[in-house]
Design a protein around this ligand. Structure first.
Ligand SMILES: [Zn+2]
Length: 283
């Protein structure tokens, strides 16, 4: 068990395998949490640098709704793909039962991202019948890229082989876009990709904070001369300030050319985006 900051946990890595989250469930969980209800720990995967949520999206959203800063997690070692496989298998045991769409969505994700697993393995893992996996497989094959053809050696066109449509990893897009869907100018990509550096620093600050907290709880003599509340407040200030500089999107005021609003870097952090950029420019 480990405590992480909610903000540290990545929730948009494609590991949410339900068709969609249920607002009522989030509401119910949030209420139960404030009344002291005990919930199973959410499952998070880490490669050492990133923390990816694999199970407990409703619980995570409920904690967020309640304004929690930290959450206790069941931490696993692994990558995004490990987290996804875990997620695909986790919902069959969860409080919020999977509906038809959730299962169908899980099967589709499993077929797409785990082409080496057999249909039987996927059925068992997701918690559905093999016939169902087979049916979804058929639907995906028949609807993926309709009308796509390849040119054969004889110069004639043939339908593209379906097997490849499923097993080939998606091509990386030629252009990268920010969260608002805006293309990031090429000259800004280097800076954009360094957002991870900021994330790493934030992770370190969280670790220091956790250390101070533990020292306080255990009355650790090594830390006897510090005032924990003071140090934690300073760390929180640093965390907020450093987080604000993490590139969030192309500056809507100058479209990446550089202006006062973005400190002449063309990219802008989330905090400034929220507070400095006028609403009409955000569209
Ligand atoms: Zn600007």
């Amino acid at each position: 068990m480990k405590k992480l900051k909610l903000d540290q946990i990545i929730i948009d890595a494609g590991t949410q395998t339900r068709a969609k989250l249920n607002e009522d469930t989030i509401e119910d969980y949030a209420e139960a949490m404030t009344e002291g209800g005990k919930f199973p720990l959410i499952a998070v995967f880490t490669d050492g640098a990133n923390y990816i949520l694999a199970d407990g999206f409703h619980r995570y959203m409920a904690a967020k709704k309640n304004g929690w800063v930290d959450i206790e997690v069941d931490l696993h070692k692994g990558t995004r793909i490990d987290a996804l496989w875990y997620s695909l298998g986790a919902n069959k045991a969860n409080g919020q039962r999977m509906n038809h769409d959730d299962k169908r969505n899980s099967i589709m994700l499993a077929l797409r991202d785990f082409p080496k697993k057999t249909q039987g393995e996927i059925a068992q893992h997701v918690g559905c019948s093999r016939e169902w996996v087979n049916k979804v497989f058929g639907q995906v094959v028949n609807t993926s890229q309709p009308g796509r053809t390849v040119t054969g050696k004889d110069g004639k066109n043939y339908p593209a082989r379906h097997k490849n449509d499923l097993s080939r990893p998606p091509k990386p897009p030629e252009e990268e876009k920010d969260d608002n869907g805006k293309v990031i100018p090429k000259k800004l990509l280097t800076l954009w990709h360094r957002a991870q550096e900021i994330q790493d620093i934030l992770t370190q600050i969280s670790k220091i904070r956790a250390t101070i907290e533990r020292a306080q709880e255990e009355k650790d003599a090594l830390y006897a001369e510090i005032t924990p509340s003071q140090v934690k407040a300073a760390l929180d200030t640093a965390y907020t300030a450093i987080k604000a500089t993490k590139p969030y999107c192309v500056c809507p005021a100058c479209q990446g050319e550089g202006c006062r609003a973005c400190s002449h870097r063309g990219l802008i952090g989330k905090f400034r985006f929220d507070t400095v950029i006028p609403g009409e420019l955000k569209k």
